[in-house]
Design a protein around this ligand. Structure first.
Ligand code: GUN
Ligand code: FE
Length: 397
């Protein structure tokens, strides 16, 4: 017999449904797997903790942890120059990487995120440290920037390819192929990165169509392609194991290509508000059935809490698709799917890893799930709401 955890079980099913069991339980075996769940025969307490799956953050920049929330009115390209390039350049020093990685992972765990899709920097040793120090589930990418970068962050096409290949070889799919975005990459490097990803069968992450000036720059740098999405498509970067961040200003033809290639989207509403990038066209993306999940995009997003991202998702979209139940799904189960961990995590289902949270706030029996989630996103204190975090059945704090 395994260990039993009792409480109100909240378990996302899809964008429209979640299972809610008051006086419920999950049972976890010695290997940290969920082996049973259900409703207890006797209600032994009126007030009981909420048990829900741990969050999944599909798009977050570890090296930007200390500069999150720095903007002074800048949009993407100026913000990258002013705050991000100097901060990422610090990761040539591995003592800095060890320190920031530890604080970053601790902070994610405190806020209930136990699976993540992570951007590193251009530095090989930094990415190794980020992978080796990772106490949660996730994939980290060595960022590739072989053009339009400051001296402190530049690399040759050849270095970018060699380092990426070594990391794929050493870490398998714990490493993701990561062309930063088209402006930072030559067409040649993108083409070769796509080949490496194919050869090692690993994930690809990048940014797509976040900001008007960025899109104009892509047009200038790659005039022979139909649009931003076409640059990635012709390089061979799109596919079912590719996650593109943002997708705010894409038109129909681009969305059709994303759908046809099976490409998935990281939707980062707190970042999009902070950098005044615009609003992802949620209804169009749902209409095209393009898979997506939520990400903090720290440091453009100011907080590591996925509850804050769920709040922004609810606030920015005037759409029937932006319900609290949907926000929960996009912050958990859908994120696991996008990152390729749907057999492992994202929901409290039998055989999955016991990656779950105990929350401080009770859910009243007469409160609907949407009301309760809205309470979490709009009234609770994100820094203290997570009482306990279990990863593979073991308490992390
Ligand atoms: N586009 C290219 N690099 C970045 C980054 O670090 N953050 C965001 N938000 N967008 C990007
Ligand atoms: Fe990003």
């Amino acid at each position: 017999m395994g260990k039993i955890y009792k409480g109100t079980i909240i378990n996302p099913v899809d964008a429209h449904h979640a299972e809610v069991m008051h006086h419920g339980f999950i049972e976890v075996d010695d290997h940290g797997r969920i082996i049973d769940k259900g409703i207890r025969k006797m209600a032994d307490r009126d007030e009981e903790p909420v048990i829900m799956p741990a969050f999944v953050d599909v798009h977050v920049h570890l090296p930007q942890f200390d500069v999150r929330g720095s903007y002074s009115g800048n949009q993407l390209l100026l913000w990258l120059k002013k705050y991000i390039w100097p901060e990422e350049a610090k990761c040539s020093d591995n003592a800095h990487v060890k320190d920031i990685a530890q604080r970053f992972y601790d902070d994610l765990i405190r806020h209930g995120t136990l699976t993540a899709g992570i951007y590193g920097t251009i530095h090989e040793n930094a990415v190794k440290t980020m992978i080796e120090a990772m106490p949660i589930r996730g994939r980290v990418g060595k960022v590739v920037m072989d053009q339009q970068a400051p001296d402190s962050l530049s690399e040759t096409t050849r270095e970018a390819i060699e380092v990426t290949e070594r990391l794929c070889e050493q870490y398998g799919d714990r490493h993701m192929v990561t062309p930063r975005f088209a402006p930072s990459c030559s067409f040649e490097v993108m083409r070769q990165l796509a080949e490496i990803a194919q050869r090692y069968n690993c994930y690809i992450q990048t940014h797509l169509s976040e900001n008007d000036d960025e899109i104009a720059l892509v047009k200038k740098l790659f005039p022979e392609y139909r649009h931003y999405t076409d640059v990635y498509k012709q390089a061979g970067l799109l596919g079912e194991k590719t996650i593109v961040g943002h997708v705010i200003h894409c038109h129909e033809e681009e969305l059709t290509i994303l759908k046809e290639t099976g490409t998935q989207i990281a939707h980062c509403p707190t970042s999009n508000v902070a950098l005044k990038s615009g609003t992802m066209p949620l209804d169009d993306i749902v209409r095209h059935h393009i898979p997506f999940a939520l990400g903090t995009d720290v440091g453009a997003g100011p907080k590591t809490s996925m509850l804050d991202v769920m709040r922004a998702f609810l606030d920015v979209h005037d759409s029937v698709h932006a319900t609290p139940t949907a926000a929960l799904y996009y912050a958990t189960k859908s994120g696991a799917q996008v990152l390729g961990y749907s057999d492992e995590t994202g929901s409290l289902d039998i055989k999955k890893s016991a990656d779950f949270l105990i929350l401080k706030e009770y859910k009243q029996i007469d409160q609907s799930l949407d009301e309760y989630i809205r309470f979490l996103t709009h009234k609770s204190d994100y820094d203290t709401i997570v009482e306990k975090t279990y990863y593979k059945g073991k308490a992390l704090f």
